[in-house]
Ligand binder design. Sequence first.
Ligand code: NHR
Ligand code: GAR
Length: 218
Amino acid sequence: MTEQQAQKSIVVLVSGNGSNLQAIIEDISQLKINAKISAVIANQKTAYGLTRAENAGIPAIFIDHKSFASREEYDAKMVQCINEFTPDLIVLAGFMRILTPDFVEHYLGRMLNIHPSLLPKYKGLNTHKRAIDAEDKEHGASVHFVTPELDGGPVVLQSKVPVFEQQDAQELADRVQQQERQMYPLVIKWFCEDRLKMINNKAVLDNQILAEEGYAIE
Ligand code: NHR
Ligand code: GAR
């Protein structure tokens, strides 16, 4: 690090287990990332990510999408709640609700997602099964900026894993998730050091426009 950055505030959105959240919590507590998770918000009451947040002393908030009449109303409530924490960055970590264009525009260039495929392949759901069914030889995960186009925002980083014969979707998912827990904290660190930006719908790292598949680790 060349200069001292102000500490960034992060709000993390989860729907489930929260293993990516845990990896971020750990890198922050080890001072690898200069940031504070100001809140964790879930749309599922039983999301284990909420328990992980509580255990780390982070405000854990449940907002039930089922108690809103429309996606627009749910997202408006989310914006109101999130903004109380004045975040610099929104992190989707296994968040399973599609977000409205208004929500996305509000945080454009300040919201990241991790998606379990080598984008642009397999946008949407059931990615591991789709990779196996297509007999792909490799699969993986992508971190991207969130834009209104679902899983279509610029990719920052990808990580690949081999697909073995006879491997089932759960085994493949476990292997991909192991990679996710390494790569997501790294990208968040870049953002928090002001090295990573989205400019004109492109991911830019250290003033270099990244390729379609994101940064290539040699
Ligand atoms: N919203 C926008 N506008 N753009 C993106 O790139 C988004 C997004 C919201 C979530 C995560 C994404 C993923 O990584 C994400 C990216 C949920 C669905 C989905 O179909 C699809 C993609 C992603 C997350 N959700 C169903 C829905 O009707 C609900 C499914 C469920 O509850 O199990 O919202 O894969
Ligand atoms: C991760 O594999 C993430 O890529 C995926 O869900 C898992 C969440 O794990 N995300 C999506 O499928 C988004 N639609 P976690 O809750 O343990 O971080």
